[in-house]
Design a protein. Sequence first.
Length: 578
Amino acid sequence: MNQKRRIRLGDLLVEHGVITQAQLEEALAAQKKSGKKLGRVLIDQGILTEEQLARFLSEQLGLPYVDLAHYQFEPEVVRLLPEIHARRFRAIPLKQERDGLLVGIADPTNLFAYDEISRILQQPVKLAVVRESDLLRSIDMLYRRTEEISGFAEALGDELEEGIDVEALVAQADVADAPVVRLIQSLFEDAVQVGASDIHIEPDERVLRIRQRIDGVLHEQVMDEKRIASALVLRLKLMANLDIAEKRLPQDGRFTMTVRGHHIDVRLSTMPIATGESVVMRLLDQTAGVLEMEQLGMPEDILTRFDHLVHRPYGMVLVTGPTGSGKTTTLYSALKRINRPQLKIITVEDPVEYRLPRVNQVQVNPDIDLTFSRVLRSALRQDPDVILIGEMRDEETAEIGLRAAMTGHLVLSTLHTNDAVSTVSRLLDMGAPPYLLAASLNAILAQRLVRRVCEYCKEEWKPEPQELAWLRANAPESALAARFVHGAGCAYCNNTGYRGRIGVYELLEIDRELALVLGRGDSPAFAEQARRAQGYRPLEQVALVDALKGITTLHEVMRISAEGLDEPEAGTERAEAG
């Protein structure tokens, strides 16, 4: 390391005029209360940015500055330093050079970290300065649990060579170092680390496939230990209090886990298949909490109108879209916005996904005839102001909800349709009376989730012939000359070019003219007039705006457009929780 003496970061920053003495004293006082490092306190207070601090330290200490966002990592070099030490010392190996190992570090003034890293690696260490947020993100992506999962799977396979001992597995339920327990813990840790929404466990003829859904796309890990599938499924059934002897029928259950400081609610579903039992687990991170409406990604005009709609005292607002399009997330954010002591709010859900204070949440249970319609009838006798119906599944539920909306209640619900316009056709097909729809329905919000372009490998993209043809047919002429982007693929996005998702919304408000057409039950006339309604923009047009802003890609816009063609206008059916 070029600098061996103890460096006082605050004094150095004041000496070079980067911060004032008063700012330093204020930051030191805050540091004393929080226990955070001084650099982090200065960044949190907005006095410095991470970029400014990193480049300042690089210049003053004569160390190279490395932008990890665009760095091509070598996985075998990264793993020279175990993850536990990488996180503790905020450091990551970058490159093996002739005269030592180049290590990126967030705090190069930490001499203890330098000495410990040198001792662990047992070779000369050269430091480079990196941004802490980039470093932590890199650690999450590079220290995956795939090898660990394979190791635990192999250990479990060795234990099961002579067949599965059910009693032994039950006895191991509370043994933390049992291979099956460690394997499941690693599966969940890896899923939480990469932000997976679902885990699929699928035995095949000769292998076991474990797939994770990340940003709506499945990523697969294949293992040779097919014989461990039964043990893995058995242990998960025990955790969800399911019948371990029943392998011929599907089962559903749930359990909770704490993983890497995250409180995870797991919804588990088993399905008998030709090669054993398939398990799918939906992961709901309760630690993250319910999003604010401003975090959903709605355009400003739609957000303002939707906010006004959920504050109205009565009427029905429907949120529509396919499974996994974020409908439930949108409804919960709306409930969070209007939740106050003056309102009685009751929800009827299957299942209850997030707990909300002051809200009476009921989970339906068809096994004991606790259905949506039965709970709704009882809920109306509980003097509610707002009712959330998890899903409009049948004619009876729809009619009860619509009548409640007409008689002075605000009713929020979801429906599986492709767009706002076709929702009315679906409701009419379900048997909802046209006059009731006209009197009760305030608005329909249709939505999708599109993948965000990865900020770290974003680059300009020239539309391909197929994309240009779509633009000519569906976009204004100015879009043909616009600049679009895509992701080239990097370590942060698992080489997909995408990282995270954002909602795309179309909002159709039922005004007087639309209500008159709706009251006649004339679906084609309603669809024609709805498309000309003030403020209405189709989903693909809203998504195109995001593509023009560089938030998503033309490929994602075209996917949204193609999904909209899956369902005929007359209304035959086509998922962060929906």
